[in-house]
Ligand binder design. Structure first.
Ligand code: C2E
Ligand code: MG
Ligand code: MG
Ligand code: MG
Length: 290
């Protein structure tokens, strides 16, 4: 707020506010350039099952900053929502993710993040997803759509109907960042979720001195069981954290311990190395002539 003390009445923005505004304009410019020149990149982060075997990947969007680095999605996705281009970007994300996953072995899933705005666009999200499935040839059940609790705050009749449509298309519906938002337990059972992801903020503190979250986490996983939902934990960084959640009997695990978000070629190499585990098992060392 400008000080009205007679001397500084023209100062509308402090230097730090001006800096923030410039940075926002820079990112906005990068977003628009990236849309025009198809410069968005998609990284893939592995998800593993209880045997540490590869189960699928999450598609994570990256915006090149033009200097060899990336602007993280936490910095540009909210801005893309604000300037009204997230639907355009999001449609590309769905299509590209389906096309890449269609080249993988059929047991691997692909998870895509959806913004709430994608349920309020000109083209219904069900139509976009159906088109992507048909064009790519991906089996619909391999596509997981991750939505956050933010959408449920606006869960009017239209949102509920569109979620039902996505289920009819055959996609898997995942609640992301579970435990961070305001969703009531009622929403969780009323809406057609197949799976939820315990937010990484629960993971970081779990092996600390207090362990205050342990009964809560136990209850959350049991809730998933009772509602017939699969449970994923994200943000696993250490073997200790992995063991803790394995003991709670979650279904899937994701985090730097199992792999960082990586380019498509590295994801392909990881898929191959996971397949080689089976081949090694088919040829036990004792049967190999030396
Ligand atoms: P998210 O969907 O919860 O994705 C997980 C985030 O946690 C990713 O951050 C991932 O890199 C990070 N992560 C994974 N494992 C670990 C770990 O072990 N430790 C820590 N500290 N972090 C880990 P990223 O890629 O920066 O994405 C941030 C968020 O941006 C995503 O959170 C998602 O909400 C959003 N986002 C990403 N791609 C898209 C997209 O295509 N569309 C939309 N609408 N949102 C996206
Ligand atoms: Mg996600
Ligand atoms: Mg998440
Ligand atoms: Mg998260």
């Amino acid at each position: 707020r400008a000080k009205d003390d007679g001397r500084r009445r023209y100062v509308l923005f402090s230097p730090s506010m001006r800096h923030e505004l410039n940075q926002k304009r820079q990112i906005e410019l990068r977003i628009r350039q990236a849309i025009d020149a198809c410069e968005f990149e998609m990284f893939f982060q592995p998800l593993v099952d209880n045997n540490s075997r590869l189960a699928g990947f999450e598609a994570l969007l990256r915006l090149p900053d033009g200097r060899g680095g990336f602007i993280p999605p936490t910095d540009f996705v909210p801005l893309a929502e604000e300037i009204g281009v997230i639907n355009q970007i999001g449609a590309w994300v769905v299509h590209h993710a389906c096309h890449v996953a269609a080249t993988w072995p059929a047991h691997l899933t692909i998870a895509v993040n959806l913004s709430p705005a994608q349920f309020f666009g000109a083209v219904p999200i069900g139509v976009i997803v159906r088109d992507a499935i048909v064009e790519s040839g991906l089996e619909a059940g391999r596509l997981e759509l991750e939505i956050t609790e933010g959408l449920l705050l606006e869960a009017n009749e239209s949102v509920v109907e569109q979620l039902a449509e996505l289920k009819r298309v055959g996609a898997t519906i995942v609640m992301d960042d579970f435990g961070t938002g305001h969703s009531s337990l009622g929403n969780l059972s009323k809406l057609p979720f197949d799976k939820f992801k315990i937010d990484k903020s629960f993971v970081a503190g779990v092996l600390g001195t207090e362990n205050a979250n342990v009964p809560v986490l136990n209850t959350i996983v049991k809730l998933g069981r009772n509602l017939n939902m699969k449970v994923t934990v994200e943000g696993i960084e250490t073997p200790e954290q992995a063991n803790f959640f394995r003991n709670l009997h979650c279904d899937y695990y994701q985090g730097y311990l199992f792999g960082r978000p990586m380019p498509r070629v590295d994801a392909a190499a990881l898929i191959l190395s996971d397949i080689l585990i089976d081949m090694a098992a088919d040829y036990p060392a004792s049967s190999v002539r030396r």
